[in-house]
Write a protein that binds this ligand. Structure first.
Ligand SMILES: [Zn+2]
Length: 96
């Protein structure tokens, strides 16, 4: 059981909003919890895989140039996923 630092109400660990004073849990600001960051990192990683898959399709079709372009995009999006995942390791705080 966690405790709200603003009103000292006991809050369920899963809850992201204090039922008493409305404070919101988040890593860098209200609303974005560590779980939210992990969830978004997964979506972004899936997107990177999607771009890579499209690129491989073009490579098979003999379009090496588009494959390189898609690989660069996939690499960029993939590194965003890693950054988001690293950010999810930040300490959760309660914001009001
Ligand atoms: Zn509270």
């Amino acid at each position: 059981m966690a405790q709200c630092p603003h009103c000292m109400t006991d809050i369920h660990d899963e809850a992201s909003v204090c039922p008493s004073c409305g404070a919101k849990k988040g890593v860098y600001g209200p609303g974005w919890t560590a779980d939210d960051y992990v969830g978004r990192a997964k979506v972004i990683a899936a997107l990177a895989g999607f771009f890579l898959l499209i690129g491989v399709g073009f490579l098979i079709a003999g379009q090496g140039g588009i494959f390189i372009l898609m690989a660069v995009v996939a690499l960029f999006v993939g590194s965003l996923a890693i950054v988001t995942l690293v950010m999810s390791g930040g300490k959760e705080k309660w914001y009001r």
